[in-house]
Design a protein around this ligand. Sequence first.
Ligand SMILES: [Zn+2]
Ligand SMILES: [Zn+2]
Ligand SMILES: [Zn+2]
Length: 451
Amino acid sequence: MASSNQGCVPRAAHPSVQALATAGRKAPNKPSKGLINNKGENNCFLNVVIQSLWHLDTFRLKFDLWKDHKHTSEEEGGRCVHCALKNIWTFYHHSSTQLIPPHSLRKTLHLLFQEEDRFQIGSLDDAAEALDAVLESLHKLNLGDSDDSCIAHNVFGIKMSSFVSCRKCGKSSEPLTSNRFIEYVYISTLRELAIKRPNLPFETLLKISTQEFRGCPEPDEQVACTDILNPVTRQLMHIPEVLALGLVWPTSNPSPEEIISTLRIVQMQIELQNLFEFHPSLENSRTPFVLRGMICYYGKHYDAYYYCSVRHSWLVFDDATVKAVGSTWADVVNRCRLGHYHPSVLFYERKDMLSASRILSSVPPRNPQPEPVKLVELPPAATVTQPVLQVAPSVQEIPKPVIPESVSQSQPEPEAEPQTSTPKLAGYSLVQHSKKPRVVSNIPAGYIVLP
Ligand SMILES: [Zn+2]
Ligand SMILES: [Zn+2]
Ligand SMILES: [Zn+2]
């Protein structure tokens, strides 16, 4: 979806640590719940988005704190993403049911995107695009305490300043600001690079894979340098609390080998300053991010994975079904291999925000032992092939870092140099809002040169 989010200035407006702790007390150790996907509803793409928003602590706790509001008409209320999500939150927080209906959000997106014929009831859609649409819709509601506070941009906002300096004539373009919720990367480029440079850490592979190149910024074509492409400098201006990484696959049905080799590159913890150049104002803002979960896809179906520290296991959320996968990332990788599921969105959460939201962990838990697993019978309407595995307290802790063997911890190496013989590109815009992979979409295929 084309974002019109230039107006939003995400602040470092984190709720206070105390506020997060208080909110956290309102959401103690809930059992993990499934979401309804009746036959023909095709809700799975939205269900994984809802599970992700709920299991990302910083979003869930902030959403709990976000102020409620009134609507002037029923029609206005029916188009409000905040109220639709709040309705689902109520089921998570207060209902005894293990199966939550996602239909309030499904209907709202249906109404909001009817003209564009996207997210229509009964149709399967793209999960990353649905996440972007939900966040953009929350942004447009502008329900923050001040004009420039917005939960979507404060948690997920990737605000960048971009410019090009010509290496031939030295002319620089005016810095342009862009705002997006998801950083996209082409998997084929990433994997090709990982094979050739196996010692590079994940963030550096991402950084090189997403490097854009532009021609001379001189607007006068008579004067502009020819036969040159210059790397675009992108400076991060706001550190998100959750980094959503969209993975763009060359095919909808990659082989198990391709899935495994990709998942093995993924690191449990990343440093954002290895992925983005920071704006000078952020220099002291270094903080690690930890992998909290992911959305996967196979054969017109989505599922999602999050780690549960109480059960010491990764869980898979497959519509109504919630199942334990295993205690390590390798278990997740193996499940994806067997089911041919490939990752579509990875979610990294800021470690210091996780610490803040978990101040309440100093309060002794009432029941330190994981609750026994119970099998729950489902209502007949739900399309599930197996009983829900009720897993006790929800995902509350970060996974322990497990660095895949294939990834070494060597220092980042210099980025690949572009080929100057590549033809100059036609017109370009540094401001990118599209949900579609923004990466080098107008660069000749195979342009990024692997050393
Ligand atoms: Zn509302
Ligand atoms: Zn916003
Ligand atoms: Zn030039």
